[in-house]
Design a protein around this ligand. Structure first.
Ligand SMILES: Cc1cc2nc3c(=O)[nH]c(=O)nc-3n(C[C@H](O)[C@H](O)[C@H](O)COP(=O)(O)OP(=O)(O)OC[C@H]3O[C@@H](n4cnc5c(N)ncnc54)[C@H](O)[C@@H]3O)c2cc1C
Length: 450
């Protein structure tokens, strides 16, 4: 018997859509091409240590409301350690350590209070930060207008403007850009501030500093990513009468303006509805037959560039960090995470992250590890005495889609084909390529066919 809905792709977007639909009583079948669930947010077993290692550190924000809604539904929201307010320690390029703590005041007073006390900044930097109040407020107005189904009357940033131009145009000093806005933008957009366009960043800031002070807090998974959501989502779907198939690449065959069937491993499924939740670069080949109604989307997807992330995992013979993570602004590896302090046991490595890592993609593993170690030792002198027991490098060349001005427009949830909807972080949610964008797109897809 064919399921009610076939969901193609078991990343955050596909699993969110499937869980939402299963919860509403639909019989769902999820088809995942790979042998593991989770797509770009997944984990694997390190062959030497046996530890579960994420394909890259994923940081959540308090304003990831759709993500937390999804995790709550599958019973794992407690597996994210969410700060009560934004609290980040940095070591600047001069080796000086400082801490940004945004007090639990209503936004944006929390940000103002945090910046006033942050001793990494001088008075000129702090005063320049106040100039961001207006664009952030405009971004919030835009979000509120959208929430009421209206078009925003003002825009916080123009699509042709890069994040760097936007920050400079809003009077942000070089020090504040390097210490705060660039690390935040790189983490949120995975692209250099010199390349990424400003509106998605303005939107993220509008959400972070818009409402509850906790919206700006960082959340770190306390377990590997597959345990955080992929396996619990699979169990949820199965408990609700659905099915999740791995190693099942799918093709969606179109005919006469409708889905004729979905083909996977020689089987033909004929559901009432299909959710395509594959990454943008997999969309062009997903459809077969009379693809006319989705050709514009396929073309846009084919012309969308990617932005990479490289992670260096280090197993040292001792603990060198006194916090779970540390910002390393102005360096190639912008953040370091101590997984042993983040997870409830079972792991002992550090992960250093290079986002927007075009340049490092061409480096050899040895050169990349040497760079990571030298930046770590320079920021944390205790690391110099530590012995490196094992290293591993993970390169995600197509970690996220590019947000550079001039990239093709992102599609909406609905397509020109009845019963066929799209999900995935590339869907035009206004957000950058994030877990939250993916979770939101999954919910929207489920709502569109319910
Ligand atoms: C290293 C790294 C670090 C990141 N850090 C962060 C972070 O800190 N915070 C954050 O919010 N986001 C982060 N992201 C981004 C986040 O992981 C993605 O935005 C999100 O996981 C995208 O989910 P998705 O479901 O849209 O797509 P995907 O995860 O790409 O899922 C699509 C799935 O479809 C499957 N598929 C493709 N073609 C077919 C087919 N024909 N048939 C069946 N299945 C198919 C794929 O195998 C894949 O499993 C990071 C990403 C990476 C790679």
């Amino acid at each position: 018997m064919s399921p009610d809905v076939v969901v193609v792709g078991a990343g955050v977007a596909g699993l969110t859509a499937a869980v939402e639909l299963a919860d509403r009583g639909a019989r769902v079948c999820v088809l995942e091409a790979k042998a593991v669930l989770g797509g770009r947010a997944t984990a694997f077993t390190d062959p030497q240590t046996g530890e579960r290692v994420d394909n890259g550190q994923h940081v959540l924000l308090g304003c990831y409301h759709d993500t937390f809604r999804f995790l709550k539904k599958i019973g794992t929201d407690g597996r994210v350690r969410l700060q009560t307010y934004l609290d980040v320690e940095f070591v600047d390029r001069g080796g000086v350590r400082s801490r940004l703590q945004c007090p639990p005041l209503p936004a944006p007073l929390n940000l103002v209070g945090g910046l006033l006390q942050w001793d990494a900044l001088g008075w000129a930097d702090r005063l320049s930060a106040l100039k961001m109040a207006t664009p952030i407020r405009i971004a919030q107005e835009g979000l509120r207008a959208e929430g009421k189904g209206r078009n925003p009357t003002r825009i916080a940033a123009s699509p042709g403007e890069t994040v760097e131009q936007w920050l400079i145009n809003n009077g942000q000093t070089a020090r504040l850009r390097e210490m705060l806005w660039e690390p935040l933008a790189l983490a949120a957009l995975n692209q250099s501030v010199r390349e990424a366009s400003a509106p998605p960043f303005a939107r993220v800031l509008g959400q972070m500093f818009g409402g509850d002070p906790r919206d700006a807090a960082l959340g770190l998974p306390a377990c590997p990513l597959d345990e955080l959501y992929a396996e619990p989502a699979r169990e949820f779907i199965q408990r609700h009468g659905g099915e999740v198939r791995i190693g099942s690449p799918a093709r969606v065959v179109l005919e006469g303006g409708r889905v004729a069937h979905v083909e996977s491993r020689g089987e033909r499924l004929q559901p009432a509805c299909v959710v395509c939740a594959v990454a943008w670069h997999a969309l062009p080949d997903l459809f077969q037959g009379e693809t006319g109604p989705v050709d514009a989307v396929r073309l846009a997807a084919a012309n969308t560039a990617a932005s990479p992330i490289a992670s260096v995992n280090l197993w040292l013979d001792r603990r060198i960090m006194n916090a779970a993570f540390l910002g390393l602004p102005g360096r190639t590896m912008q953040w370091v995470f101590d997984k042993s302090q983040m997870f409830d046991g079972g792991t002992s490595h550090l992960t250093l992250v290079a986002s927007g890592a075009e340049d490092v993609m061409e480096m050899t593993n040895d050169a990349l590890v040497a760079l990571a170690l030298s930046e770590l030792c320079e920021a944390l002198p205790d690391a110099r005495a530590a012995r490196v027991q094992r290293v591993s490098v993970v390169r995600e060349r197509r970690a996220t889609f590019s947000l550079a001005p001039g990239q093709p427009a992102r599609p909406g949830t609905r397509t020109g084909i009845k019963g066929l909807v799209l999900a995935g972080d590339w869907i035009d949610t206004g957000l950058p390529a994030t877990i939250e964008g993916a979770a939101l797109s999954g919910r929207l897809a489920a709502e569109a066919i319910s």
